[in-house]
Design a protein around this ligand. Sequence first.
Ligand code: ATP
Length: 384
Amino acid sequence: MTSIVMDDVSKYFDGGQTIANYRLTLEVADGEFLVFLGPSGCGKTTALRLIAGLEQPSKGEIYFGDERVDGWSPSSRNVAMVFQNYALYPHMTVAENIGYPLRVRGVPPDERDRKVEEVTTLLHIEDQVEKKPAALSGGQRQRVALARAIIREPSVFLLDEPLSNLDAKLRQEMRVELKRLQNELDITTVYVTHNQEEAMSMADRVVVMNQGTIQQVAPPQELYKRPRTAWVARFIGSPPMNLFEGTRRNGSIDFGEAGAVELDNVVRVGETGDETVGTEKSGAEDGSGATSVVASDVQGEVELGVRPEDLTISTSRPPAKNVIEGQVDTVEPLGEYVLVNVIVNDQLVNAKLADGTVSRDERVYLTFDDEDAYLYDENGELVG
Ligand code: ATP
């Protein structure tokens, strides 16, 4: 087993014009399943290729265990890689494909056969070994590619969008399978994806990347519960967090020209001052305790975040203090929940509800608890 360290690693292309990775510092523990997650072009693949040795860092150092490996060739790092477009040899059987890396290393046939049997059993493709790749389904081919990658017993397993070519159902099955495989092999794994569900379901920790930099490194639940930047908050969750831009003055947040003047601890967004409610003093006095949002003394431009599932909706004005007034745009009954899109000022707000007893164009009141609110400062950093 091997831990991986990236120490202040940057990678530039085009003579410094393109910054693919900027000052990445990261440790992947022995046996950990780490996932790089981010939008297209954020530098995930480059980070993986740096670990693999397919690229060399422009700056910084990379370690496997105690050994500094930047400068080493991919083959001397003992990594196995699986990509989205894995190539199997069409003229070879499944067994021959899987055994190939051992054959080129001169491993004797007996031992090779034994190993092939071992990994094909592990991946549930032992019945397919005599077939040629053309006779396999997409999922089976992907299993063969995985088997071929792990048969060498690499110290690090690197996967770049390996499930992208599979249909949704198969992708989900393979997610479970990959996680099980990684658990059984206990092999340090770095996985790249732009698919949030994939990342959240498999990772021990997720590295969220944007524009070549690390935004946050955290276990999936923590990432969801405490997005450290407004960018992460907007990226994680389906639909993601609603963020309201406003100006914090003392205990209140002002949500724009059309919004009302805010009073202590009252969050209000509405078209006119008259239409907003909740002017009573609250917060620490209502028994809910001073929330972090209220307690934070950050002033000026802020963003207040509330997740769609933390909003409740009513058609009459509730006596609650955190009231956001808006107009229903669309109602989407999705089975498990109803997604209501509400226009608040000019912004579209998502609310996930158990049922959708509201209709298009109806005026509604969205409320939320203090403890479900997040506050981001003008730099997008979580402050409360
Ligand atoms: P995707 O999900 O689309 O594959 P990514 O997050 O994996 O994206 P990278 O492939 O790492 O992103 O690319 C990061 C940036 O570096 C991009 O702007 C890309 O165009 C650039 N880049 C990557 N490889 C090279 C290269 N060999 N030469 C020049 N620019 C490159």
